[in-house]
Ligand binder design. Structure first.
Ligand code: NOJ
Length: 509
């Protein structure tokens, strides 16, 4: 991306027009230029982690097993890696908080491990030691002047609930609600932001569709839609529980985080533009439209899955319908939209065979990457395409009436954990600049940005092979020392300046 300085604050210029599912795309203002300017004074800079990825202590102090303990112990990850010890944050949380403080973040997004507080997933048995852990963490975070943004579900479902069918069993909606209520009651007096789920698409498609994530189910035609349905209803019920029982006292906000690699049409042909729009609806709209849009699934999903199901001999659509009551309850059941965004893809329209039926073939498209896009991990999905985040924020603005947005994850991986991580510095600098443009030039209602992640950690089925941290962690040392990388210093200065100064001009990522 070329650089030139511009302090102009021009009027809003939203240039994505959605017409019959086809995008007429005009260049965004200052698309090719670096934009020097400040973030809003109350902008929430944060950093995120996930319980299974950092805590370790998988069977200590009364914690129950989670699906990721099971999956890892079955040797399903790269190098047979597990989260048994991970970054050992269960014991080293004070050091984590010291690192947060050094960064100067305004919020810390972390997750509660459901089986650490409720070992079999139900409130029948409560693990006091687990509660103590999160109380200590929350209190220390607040003591450091940092707001906790607490995630209820970052993928570590209690194994006992998986044994009862997991997200496929509709009783999970009540179990999740009990768990959410328990957390609101126990920690809610100190938590201003709750996120119910991180990336439902990843949980559902990778866990129940292609099975590369726990619980490792490969059932691409029906299960993802059923699990997704139950997850949306779980979010909605927990949201209303908070509003009805806790909001009056605690005044917190509740949202859900969904993810999207921005979908560029591979060519400007209308069919590719339509396919790109369809891809966004099948991934992001799947979860956001029921909650922040019409209350129901996107039309394109309903129509396509119903038509394909019929042609495949199903007696009803593989996508379960919401009842009229559910649609009413769904609609507006979020105080903010959480967005995770890392990279972009090229989409082309591509009719796929009817059989075998699958969520993927329901979409009739092909995904590819532009060979010009740069990343550090060979063969990886994650390439640096900064403008994608601005396009995505504008899409969310136009789809859901400019909702309040917190970017709850953005970051980049490398294969070594190098301390002088200039690619990551460039990536954060350029992505945040696109966020700044979305705020200042496009009037997107974005109030916060969160880097993934505080330190190198357990990266799910990739184990410890790839690193996203702003701190390096030596995983061969039992004491798991953390060392700040160049990116942590850069991020601290970005936060301190609430924008870019002359020392923040590296452009690599
Ligand atoms: C999203 C997930 O929430 C997080 O757990 C993961 O490590 C990052 N993506 C990077 O893949």
């Amino acid at each position: 991306m070329g650089i030139s300085s511009s302090g102009t604050m021009a009027a809003s210029c939203v240039t994505t027009i959605l017409l019959l599912g086809i995008r007429a795309v005009v260049a965004l203002q200052h698309e090719e230029e670096f934009f020097f300017g400040d973030f809003p004074p109350d902008f929430m800079w944060g950093i995120a982690t996930g319980s299974y990825q950092i805590e370790g202590a998988w069977n200590e102090d009364g914690k129950g097993p989670s699906i990721w303990d099971t999956f890892s112990h079955e040797g399903k990850n790269y190098n047979n890696d597990t989260g048994d010890v991970a970054c050992d944050s269960y014991h080293k949380w004070e050091e984590d908080v010291a690192n947060l403080k050094r960064l100067g973040v305004k919020h810390y997004r972390f997750s509660i491990s459901w089986p650490r507080v409720l070992p079999d997933g139900t409130t029948a048995q409560v693990n006091q030691k687990g509660i103590e852990y999160y109380n200590n963490l929350i209190n220390a975070v607040r003591g450091a002047g940092i707001k906790p943004m607490v995630v209820l579900y970052h993928w570590d479902l209690p194994q006992a609930l998986q044994d009862a069918g997991g997200w496929l069993n509709e009783s999970i909606v009540d179990r999740f609600n009990d768990y959410a209520r328990f957390c609101f009651k126990t920690f809610g007096d100190r938590v201003p932001f709750w996120v119910t789920f991180i990336e439902p698409w990843s949980i559902i498609w990778l866990g129940y569709g292609n099975g590369i994530f726990a619980p490792g189910i490969q059932s691409p035609a029906e299960d993802p839609y059923i699990a997704g349905h139950n997850m949306i209803l779980s979010h909605v019920q927990a949201f209303h529980t908070y509003k009805n029982e806790f909001y009056g006292k605690f005044k917190g906000k509740v949202g859900i985080t969904a993810d999207l690699q921005w979908k560029f049409p591979k060519t400007q042909a209308p069919r590719d533009q339509e396919a790109a729009e369809r891809a966004a609806q099948f991934k992001l709209g799947w979860f956001l439209n029921p909650i922040y849009g019409s209350g129901d699934y996107p039309d394109v999903m309903k129509e396509r899955v119903a038509n394909k199901s019929k042609a495949q001999g199903y007696t009803k659509s593989r996508l379960p319908p919401f009842t009229a009551d559910q649609i009413r309850m769904n609609k507006g059941s979020g105080d903010f939209v959480g967005i995770n965004h890392y990279s972009s893809q090229l989409i082309s329209d591509h009719p796929l065979p009817l059989f075998p039926p699958s969520y993927e073939s329901d979409q009739d498209l092909l995904i590819s990457l532009d060979p010009k896009w740069k990343g550090l991990v060979p063969g990886d999905w994650l390439k640096s395409v900064p403008v994608g985040i601005r396009k995505l924020l504008n899409w969310v603005k136009s789809q859901y009436n400019n909702p309040l947005v917190y970017i709850t994850e953005n970051g980049v991986d490398d294969p070594t954990g190098e301390l002088d991580d200039q690619f990551r510095v460039g990536y954060i600098r350029n992505y945040t600049n696109e966020v700044l443009k979305a705020i200042r030039l496009d009037s997107c209602n974005v109030k916060g940005y969160t880097v993934w992640t505080l330190m190198d950690d357990f990266e799910w089925s990739s184990g410890y092979r790839i690193k996203f941290g702003l701190h390096y962690v030596n995983f061969s040392d039992p004491s798991r020392p953390r060392t700040p990388k160049a990116s942590s210093k850069f991020y601290a200065s970005l936060i301190r300046n609430n924008g870019y100064d002359s020392t923040t001009t590296t452009v690599v990522g």
